[in-house]
Design a binder for this molecule. Structure first.
Ligand code: XLS
Ligand code: NI
Ligand code: NI
Length: 437
């Protein structure tokens, strides 16, 4: 059998003092943190599109990477080589999951029927490789944005014929995800947004989008797919305004169209920051309503205003994210998918390993730190203290819906001015820093 990474063996855990670049310092799959192994907490996934289909191209220059899985002249042979490379990589890295778009794993043919046959062939191979390696599918999704037919959107397209194409593609991708035992199915609204309001009927387009999602809910039931349907918010790119702007707008959209109970959210770090939020903000908004499903991890660049999809190496950010995730009871069927790509200049196969190892270690550290902060209870005690007034007397009456505006007036007339209290932000920031040692 072909091997694509002959120079790299299984990546070992060597502990924080290791000087070996191709080893974990913090991610130890079997180590138990707060009753669960790191493998169970983090459920890492490798993203097929960036790591195996990425070429290093940018708007100023074409492909730069030379990948050994990309050399065969027959496109289907290339697709099979690429799939085998992905499983070899994931196994050596020790990532239990992978994720794909339909068009990443099987190249599109001239007709939908032929494209679907290609998918079937690749899905059969994927099923076999999953059995051989034990790797599993975290989620599948459909690429309804790259092909020219989707230039004006997929579900939100002005032409119902294009809507139909997107629906056909999604049906097949859901079926393939189901066949491979996928734990989730993702909807990222590729071009579901607008470029100009001059030619856009915004209200109609959102209704169209809701129609498509409703069909997906029905189809999920029809085939008995047990995975969770996830929506991945993003504020812009490729369109000027994406309808799934951020966690709050997606939750509002789902409520408006009666879809709330059928979807959870897949929160991506760099999308949250593009929306003007922090990663932890969007995680918290989703988790607060019990709708945090999974995460796409990466990071943006503060000097660049687009989706740079860099690997997560910022310990503050992973700690803040893990605080939200642990507080809300974990990711369940979701996981931590590396929706991240190496830089154009990172040409070697080894760079793919360095990138994932760094990301996994940064999350493992964030997990351990967040767990210590929460077990020590100092942050939560401070929070509880801050809201203590709501646990008794007036606070309790207000929240029980028993108080009235005249009663509030009477209260203030008899009690006078409220006592000012510090929020102690700087003290809490120092506290978190103490744990980062
Ligand atoms: C693009 C998105 C995409 C989704 C899957 O910005 O992050 O990669 O995760 O379609
Ligand atoms: Ni993503
Ligand atoms: Ni993205």
């Amino acid at each position: 059998m072909k091997t694509f990474f002959p120079e790299v063996g299984p990546v070992p855990y060597e502990g924080p003092d290791s000087t070996q670049p191709l080893a974990f310092r913090h991610y130890c799959a079997d180590e138990v943190v707060g009753g669960k192994t790191m493998r169970e907490h983090l459920r890492f996934a490798v993203a097929f599109w960036h790591t195996f289909r990425g070429t290093g191209a940018d708007p100023f220059g074409g492909a730069v990477y030379e990948r050994p899985w990309n050399t065969a002249s027959d496109p289907m042979e290339r697709a099979e080589d690429t799939l085998r490379a992905a499983f070899e990589f994931g196994t050596k890295l020790g990532a239990p999951f992978y994720c794909w778009h339909d068009r990443d794993i099987a190249p599109e043919a001239d007709t939908l029927a032929e494209t679907n046959r290609r998918l079937d062939r690749i899905v059969a191979l994927a099923a076999q490789l999953q059995r051989d390696t034990g790797m599993q599918l975290l989620w599948g999704t459909s690429n309804c944005f790259s092909h020219p037919r989707f230039t004006h959107g997929a579900a939100t397209n002005p032409d119902p014929h294009v809507f139909a194409y997107a629906g056909a593609q999604i049906r097949k991708a859901m079926e393939c995800t189901h066949e491979l035992g996928g734990a989730n199915y993702v909807f990222w609204g590729g071009r579901e947004g607008y470029s100009s309001l001059l030619n856009t009927d915004l209200a109609r387009e959102q209704e169209q989008l809701a129609r498509l999602l409703r069909m997906a809910v029905d189809y999920k039931r029809e085939i008995g797919f047990q995975g969770i349907l996830l929506i991945e918010p993003k504020p812009k790119e490729p369109t000027k305004h994406q309808y799934d702007f951020d966690a709050a707008s997606v939750l509002g959209f789902l409520r408006r169209f009666g879809l709330f109970d059928h979807f959870k959210l897949n929160i991506e770090a760099n999308h949250a920051t593009l929306a003007g939020h922090s990663f932890e903000h969007d995680l918290e908004v989703a988790a607060a309503e019990g709708r945090l499903g999974s995460i796409d991890t990466n990071r943006g660049d503060p000097q660049l205003g687009w989706d740079t999809d860099q690997f997560p190496t910022d310990l503050y950010s992973t700690t803040a994210a893990m605080l939200v995730i642990l507080r809300h009871g974990g990711l369940g069927q979701g996981g931590v998918n590396f929706d991240a790509k190496v830089r154009r200049g990172s040409l070697d196969l080894a760079d793919l390993f360095h990138a994932h190892i760094g990301g996994m270690d940064t999350f493992a550290r964030g997990l351990k730190i967040a767990h210590r902060i929460l077990s020590d209870g100092v942050l939560d005690a401070h929070r509880q203290q801050r809201y203590a007034g709501w646990a008794e007397g007036l606070g309790q009456r207000i929240m029980a819906g028993a108080a009235t505006l005249p009663e509030l007036e009477a209260y203030v007339l008899s009690h006078g001015e409220p006592q000012p209290r510090s929020g102690r932000e700087e003290m809490l920031e120092n506290l978190v820093n103490d744990y980062l040692r």
